[in-house]
Design a protein around this ligand. Structure first.
Ligand code: BGC
Length: 715
């Protein structure tokens, strides 16, 4: 009897396909499933479609009608898992093999709770907090029905005119790498299949940030050397951290569209970096190969993209319409299609979607905007602001001061959400005005003028208020819609009207504190001399108001440092600290119109209410140490940035200096902290060549931290 039951169970188990058995290794399940799939089913896995922005539980029937049950992926614009559950049910129950859909979405710096822009986060140099913010995003996104976020954006940005500066971590490959790893770890956790995690997607691979003159979507030209030593660095780090996917870039890169370039996709990413996740195109990128003058037809575009190493086609359905015929005609090999399918299935298995395709019912009160998330949003925001000037201790302000709060950004909470605000709503926010009104005893507000335009009729009231107050706090900057995709600005100065308002306020003789909110570096050259204190506050998300108020009164001590160079003027861009030496010295290579060569504020610049003193750097073997003393009476956080210069390198001329490590710590008033950098020869003193090989060449190196530097020979 018992043996017959056992026999029956064995027979039944044998009937359950291996891919449905969670006990088997992922690769075994992938291979089993792949072996069962028809060509049509494979092509569906490589295709991503999108849901409508107004899809909800009442109108989902329409979406169900137009979406094939076999679709591989959908972009989901909703925040209620019952909508994605309905589509998932179709996929699980009505497709022949029951392969779950992977739902993606742009949760860039928030899903419902909005954190500071990635560019602002980079200024915090606080990767721990950034990682925590990504955990919150993952938990909220998961509750809202997504599996996958199109983040982090790790494009290097050296030209402030490019609107997408806001979405990335600035100009430095190492800083971007550290934040990339933090984001991947935050989204994916140590096991993506656990509830509350998302697959990450590093984008836009690659070169997109080098858009010519900052204009979005232009062709770019990057040498293999610079590709490896700059643009690919964050990807190398993110692949090591296990990022599940990569999104290919729109741009034509050195003559070949990035989404059809076998060198960067197959050779560099899949082979050299050993990336085993999948590559999705950016929106419509396959189709755009025609616009780029590369593919002569849609069919050719599909062939070029797939053959180059693209695995999933975002939203233009070009793979869907063409791949089957291309395989049948032999123009695309089944082996390449299988490789693409295998990569997508691997991520779906790793996400646990086969076992847990559905999400619990979304409960907005419980799932979103939790107090701990908002507290984190405020703390992180407070560390992102960068104090650029503070004459004679103009800041912090006394809470009892009579404050004239002026400017278009002071009571415009909707702007604090920045670009890619996902499901963040202005109603969730407190404006700087509202937050200061709670924290300070005497705050009066006048807008003065709008962000742009010629209407100066509000100036007199603002000037009158300034004249009656102890101090002016002027909040100016960019609107959220001036930043992000397709948001190039030809000038990075603020509109004239905002600078004119400052001029008028300055004439009152009252101290003026200027806060600039933006998604890029701003030309501050006319603003700075009129400001007694100047702070870059970016777009800081849900808790901008509270964080800024706290910074103004000293509840928070500014600790941000610039992740991008602030040019003196737009004419200097592209400008970045880690350029290579020019070939002449002295009077050579200057601007003839008197524009300085130096930027207004360099990468890594940022003040604090504390003052820090750096001891000389000591080197013991390959361990570098510096003691940093907080010589003030105020506790403060300091980020110690370690730079390396390789004075001469016979294989490739290296950048004038390179950030190699950083660490941020609280230094209590009057105390000293020892910061250590354990140098690794190959990693920190070595370099990477144009084939992606690291090498170390002995010789003279300069190690820098704060205002200290140490020159040394390293064999
Ligand atoms: C953007 C990507 C984004 C995608 C999906 C594209 O237009 O370039 O960054 O992830 O849309 O929304």
């Amino acid at each position: 009897m018992i043996s017959s039951i056992v026999n029956t169970l064995v027979v039944l188990a044998a009937l359950i396909p291996a891919y449905k058995n969670p006990k088997l290794p992922v690769e075994e399940r992938v291979n089993d499933l792949l072996g069962r799939m028809t060509l049509e089913e494979k092509v569906m896995q490589l295709s991503q479609s999108y849901m409508e922005r107004n899809d909800n539980t009442n109108n989902i029937a329409k979406q169900l009608d137009r979406t094939p049950a076999e679709i591989g992926s959908m972009i989901n614009y909703g925040w209620d898992a019952s909508v994605t559950n309905a589509l998932q049910k179709r996929a699980m129950e009505e497709s022949r093999l029951g392969i779950p859909i992977i739902f993606g979405y742009d949760a860039i710096h928030g899903f419902r709770t909005e954190f500071p822009l990635p560019l602002a986060q980079a200024a915090s140099f606080n990767t721990d907090m950034a990682r925590e913010s990504c955990k919150v995003i993952a938990a909220e996104g998961y509750a809202g029905g997504i599996d996958w976020t199109f983040s982090p954006m790790i494009d290097i940005a050296r030209d402030a005119r490019w609107g997408r500066n806001a979405e990335g971590y600035g100009e430095d490959p190492y800083l971007t790498s550290r934040f990339c790893v933090a984001a991947v770890e935050g989204y994916q956790g140590d096991d993506m299949s656990k509830p509350g995690h998302l697959a990450s997607c590093m984008k836009h691979y690659t070169g997109y940030g080098a858009s010519e003159a900052g204009r979005d979507y232009t062709a770019v030209d990057i040498s293999r050397q610079t590709l490896w030593d700059t643009w690919l660095q964050p990807y190398i780090a993110g692949v090591k951290a296990g990022s599940a996917s990569v999104m290919s870039a729109f741009c034509t890169l050195s003559g070949i569209p990035a989404s059809a370039d076998p060198y960067i996709l197959k050779e560099a990413l899949k082979k050299k970096m050993n990336f085993d996740g999948f590559i999705v195109t950016d929106w419509g990128t396959t189709e755009q190969l025609m616009l780029q003058g590369y593919a002569s037809s849609e069919k050719e575009a599909a062939k070029m993209a797939l053959n180059a190493g693209i695995d999933m086609d975002m939203c233009d359905m070009v793979f869907y319409r063409n791949l089957k015929a291309l395989v049948e005609s032999g123009e695309v090999s089944m082996a390449d299609v299988d490789d693409a399918v295998r990569r997508i299935l691997r991520v779906k298995f790793r996400l646990g979607l086969f076992e847990h395709p559905y999400r619990p019912k979304t409960n907005p009160k419980k799932d979103y905007l939790q107090p701990a998330s908002l507290e984190l949003a405020e703390k992180l925001a407070s560390e992102c602001a960068v104090l650029l000037k503070n004459n004679a201790g103009a800041l912090p302000l006394s809470k009892k001061a009579k404050v004239a709060l002026i400017g278009p950004l002071a009571d415009a909470a909707e702007e604090y959400l920045g670009c890619w605000k996902a499901h963040g709503f202005p109603e969730d926010l407190t404006s700087i005005y509202a937050a200061m009104s709670k924290e300070f005893s005497n705050v009066q507000y006048e807008k003065g003028c709008d962000f742009e335009g010629e209407d100066r009729s509000g100036f007199p009231k603002a000037v009158k208020l300034a004249g009656e107050s102890d101090v002016v706090v002027l909040c100016i900057g960019e609107k959220a819609v001036w930043t992000g995709e397709n948001k190039t600005r030809a000038s990075i100065a603020l509109p004239r009207i905002q600078e004119d308002l400052l001029c008028e306020l300055k004439k009152t003789g009252k101290p003026v504190v200027v806060l600039v909110g933006s998604g890029r570096a701003i030309d501050l050259v006319r603003i700075e001399p009129m400001a007694d204190a100047l702070m870059e506050i970016w777009h800081l998300g849900d808790r901008e108001g509270e964080a800024v108020s706290g910074l103004l009164c000293g509840r928070y001590n500014p600790s941000g440092k610039l992740p991008v160079t602030f040019p003196y003027t737009t004419g200097q861009v592209p400008i970045y600290y880690n350029a290579r030496n020019i070939c002449r010295r002295g009077k050579w290579g200057k601007y003839t119109d008197g524009t300085p060569l130096e930027p207004k504020y360099p990468f890594g610049y940022g003040l604090s209410y504390s003052s820090f003193e750096y001891s000389p750097i000591e080197l013991d073997g390959l361990t570098a140490k510096v003691r940093v003393t907080n010589t003030s009476a105020v506790d403060g956080k300091e980020s110690v940035l370690w730079f390396i210069t390789d004075s001469y390198c016979s294989r490739v001329a290296r950048p004038v200096k390179e950030l190699k490590y950083f660490e941020k710590r609280l230094i209590k008033a009057g105390t000293t902290e020892v910061f250590t950098f354990e140098l690794d020869k190959l990693r920190d003193l070595g370099f990477i060549d144009g084939n992606g090989e690291r090498f170390f060449e002995p010789g003279e190196f300069i190690i820098r931290a704060g205002n200290r530097e140490l020159k040394t020979e390293i064999k």
